[in-house]
Design a binder for this molecule. Sequence first.
Ligand code: 5RP
Length: 230
Amino acid sequence: MLTPDQIKEKVGWAAAQLVKEGMTIGAGTGSTAFWFIQALGMRVKEGLQCRAVPTSAHTHELLTMQNIPVVQLNDVDKLDLVVDGADEIDEELQLIKGGGGALLREKMVAFAGIQYVIIADNSKLVQQLGSFPLPIEVIPYGFRQVQRCIENKYGIKVSLRVKTGQPFLTDNHNYILDISLNQIHDLKAVQAFLKSIPGVVEDGLFLDMAQEAIIGYPNGELRLLKNKSH
Ligand code: 5RP
């Protein structure tokens, strides 16, 4: 049986095989995307030419360490392929992302992608999104208004993400609020409500964005999920 990290390595390796000569790709953030970048680094070492837009400062560092040429999102037209992890994914390939706090750049990069592929171990595959607290990126100014507004709407607790006793700061110098909804029945309505609140920069619901997902299992099996509407 594979450990969770071995499963991540395996899906990362599988996604790295999708990168073709000359491609400009988007590289995700997180412990699963880490393995994708390692595997891609090996292919680059063997002579593959490609370049990558990072979705976070940390991913930028990882790409540089693997000698994968980095390019900025502003300097590309479209991305041939974007590969990223997810915190939750359902069978329709709807996602919750932002556990690592990189959701804004991840969504911008995904939006620029011609092909958007999610890599995940089977623990991320769920019947219904929402067990994982939904992250949203908010500007620090007046964030408590946003927090209260969501708490009042859903009658739940909304937490400000904290790191070493201080509010967690995103690469964009914003805060993250984590919303524990448990089960999200109407994804689009929740997203529309969040987007309507001034101060919300981006939400962690990635709806109708992913075309494919590579899901890894402890027995070594890989399952390819495809979004039929793409
Ligand atoms: C970061 C993300 C990550 O893709 C998500 O948190 C999955 O991370 P991991 O692969 O470490 O489980 O959205 O903002």
